[in-house]
Write a protein that binds this ligand. Structure first.
Ligand code: 0PR
Length: 382
């Protein structure tokens, strides 16, 4: 009876493969990872005495992801997602600031682009520090590095940049920002929650240097539960092995062990196993193929939009496509009326479409067909 009740609760929900979801950076997990998750539902990553295998899986994942991001000896661990990883990274950076400068935490400032994900607002609020915003380049959605550099001062605890913003998919000039921060010994955190499982697998990943290969980058957020094929929740935080991760270790009162890289106590151990399964199951070539397929979908979307006379709002770096439309709210409502979930940028007034692997070429054609109908119906209005 209860199960039926639960099913009724979710009856109106969409499936990713609906085919109507065009706003989500998350998608269906890899079936292998879903199976692992189901089998190890009970496992608690908090207790490495009952579940030592989880800690081993986590440390192998850290080594694999660290290797991918140019630092095989990275420190780090699984989190509940980008929000938690970003908060932990800024906590480490603020502690680094207090040690480096002898100043109190309340003086600390975080310099970040206007386009930074709003999880940074949460981190700043929780840590009791101040956010200093750098503006974006005109006509683009990447941070203006000169403006960002001018905002770095004696109280800067961290400079944040994004490799794949959720709003437009823009990849900031990480090397430029890191250069400016490094001169002052300031921590650089890269939020690659979205881009972390895309950029390394592009045909030409050097287009967007964003990881530990960039001197000065101290921490990177990347989310297996976005483009990494893992079930929700699975985030990751990696830190350069230079001691900066020490503030993220907390001793428990009774086991004589340390909890590291997590704000949570009891937490899903299966997530570490599921991420492990994704990395081992797909391997570099599997992810590469997946990203090639995503880019092929994006190419089809861009060509078809162009063919139907729609203007792109910007040249996409990754998987977010922006479309210039007269009234994005009306368009999003009009799509939703047909069961199609798209999004929009409130600030920049474009229709926002997220390319994900649950879409097919036919789905994208159906979307463009509906967009064309909406445009025609708006022209018919008096
Ligand atoms: N940093 C970046 C760059 C992100 O894109 C996101 C989430 C986060 C941090 C926070 O990550 P968690 O949500 O894992 O804590 N970006 C998406 C967004 O806010 C999340 C999302 C995913 C939204 C699926 C809707 C959806 O259906 O747009």
């Amino acid at each position: 009876v209860v199960l039926e009740e639960v099913n009724r609760l979710c009856r109106g929900d969409h499936h990713y493969r609906g085919p109507h979801v065009y706003n989500s950076i998350c998608t269906e997990p890899l079936p292998l990872a879903a199976e692992v998750a189901d089998r190890y539902r009970h496992a608690n990553l908090l207790d490495n005495r009952i579940f030592p295998g989880l800690t081993e899986a986590e440390s192998r994942v850290t080594a694999m992801l660290g290797g991918l991001l140019g630092e095989p000896d990275s420190r780090g661990g699984i989190t509940s997602g980008g929000t938690e990883s970003n908060l932990l990274a800024l906590l480490a950076a603020v502690e680094d600031f207090t040690r480096r400068t002898g100043r109190s935490r309340s003086r600390a400032e975080i310099v970040l682009p206007e386009s930074a994900h709003y999880s940074m607002d949460k981190a700043v609020a929780v840590l009791g520090v101040r956010a200093v915003r750098a503006r974006l380049e005109t006509g683009r959605y990447t941070v203006d590095v000169a403006d960002l550099a001018s905002k770095i001062g004696a109280n800067t605890a961290a400079v944040v940049v994004t490799a794949g913003t959720s709003e437009s998919g823009a990849v900031d000039d990480v090397a430029g920002a890191a250069e400016a921060a490094r001169r002052r010994g300031v921590w650089v955190h890269v939020d690659a929650a979205t881009g972390g499982f895309l950029i390394p697998f592009l045909d030409d990943p050097e287009t967007y240097p964003f990881d530990f290969r960039v001197e000065g980058v101290r921490s990177v957020t990347l989310d297996p539960h976005k483009y990494g094929y893992a079930p929700i929740p699975a985030g990751y935080l990696l830190l350069r092995p230079d001691g900066g991760d020490e503030p993220l270790a907390f001793a428990s009162h009774y086991r004589g062990t340390l909890d590291r890289f997590s704000l949570l106590g009891t937490r899903p151990g299966w997530a570490a196993l599921a991420v492990y399964a994704c990395l081992r199951g797909l391997g570099f070539l599997g992810y590469r193929k997946a990203v090639q397929e995503l880019m092929a979908l994006r190419g089809h979307l861009l060509r078809s939009l162009d063919g139907a006379g729609f203007r792109p709002a910007f040249r996409p770096d990754l998987t977010v496509v922006g479309v210039d439309v007269d009234d994005p709210e009306r368009v999003v409502d009009g799509l939703e009326g047909q069961g199609m979930i798209a999004s929009l940028s409130r600030r920049h007034r474009f229709l926002r479409l997220v390319v994900q692997r649950h879409q097919t070429l036919d789905d994208l054609d159906a979307l463009i067909g509906r967009l064309s109908e909406l445009r025609a119906s708006s022209r018919a209005l008096p």
